[in-house]
Design a binder for this molecule. Structure first.
Ligand SMILES: O=C(O)c1cc(=O)[nH]c(=O)n1[C@@H]1O[C@H](COP(=O)(O)O)[C@@H](O)[C@H]1O
Length: 223
């Protein structure tokens, strides 16, 4: 099974279905995020589940424990393979998120967005070392009982060393010399896997390619 989850960041359900149909033999699953969910809701998720590929529902929930727990309960019928919350929501929120999720759903905690760097951390009053921030939040996530974390390929090796059986999601991956866009902590798909990623999230390098099927195949060939 390919470790690539393709991020279908579009509000257009038909477009999402069309890309999924083209790349389905070269990816291990589909990631649906806020843009898709805001536009298509639960109905859209059900439609995408008909592709037969596992669904990663990336809503990055971040609120008080009661609200996050109840939101996840409301999502239970969707039974996603993977669901995201923000680690910085704190221990009680992470515990309630895991308790509310269906048994088969991996709850993963976003540590530090791959679109941020050290100066962004400083601007929100944190120590400007991404490595330190990710490892601290990985430890919080582990001890709160969730299944894993989301981090960049630059920190996954250290996080993995401290959490052997954790599940590590790495977005912000780019083929060598590809455009990085708004991402700041970027590595190649191959480097992320070698460093311990369990799955890779790839969006625009596949979805914006002239031939998404070929782009997915080419990335898969590097792994
Ligand atoms: O949770 C995520 O998936 C995520 C976390 C993170 O730190 N950075 C990040 O880019 N993502 C998601 O991963 C995808 C990356 O898309 P591309 O930059 O187009 O490959 C987007 O859907 C983001 O929402």
């Amino acid at each position: 099974m390919s470790p690539i989850y393709v991020a279908l960041d579009t509000p257009d359900l038909e477009k999402a279905k069309a890309i999924a149909a083209r790349v389905r033999h070269h990816v291990g699953g589909i990631k649906l995020g806020l843009e898709f969910f805001m536009a298509n809701g639960r109905h859209g998720v059900h439609e995408m589940a008909d592709t037969g590929l596992p669904i990663f529902l990336d809503l990055k929930l971040h609120d008080i424990p009661n609200t996050v727990g109840k939101a996840i309960q409301a999502l239970r019928p969707l039974n996603p393979a993977i669901l995201t919350v923000h680690a910085s929501g704190g221990r009680a929120m992470l515990e309630d998120a895991k308790a509310a999720a269906p048994t088969g759903t991996k709850v993963v905690a976003v540590t530090m967005l791959t679109s941020l760097d050290g100066s962004d951390l400083r601007s929100i009053g944190l120590s400007p070392d991404p490595h330190e921030q990710v490892v601290r939040l990985a430890e919080l996530a582990r001890s709160a009982g969730v299944d894993g974390i989301v981090c960049s390929g630059e920190e996954v090796k250290a996080a993995h060393a401290a959490w052997k059986d954790g599940f590590f999601v790495v977005p912000g991956v780019r083929p060598a010399n590809g455009p990085v866009g708004d991402q700041k902590r970027v590595v190649t798909p191959r480097a992320a896997l070698d460093a311990g990623a369990s799955i890779l999230v790839v969006g625009r390098p596949i979805t914006q390619a002239a031939d998404p099927d070929r782009a997915a195949r080419e990335i898969e060939a590097t792994l």
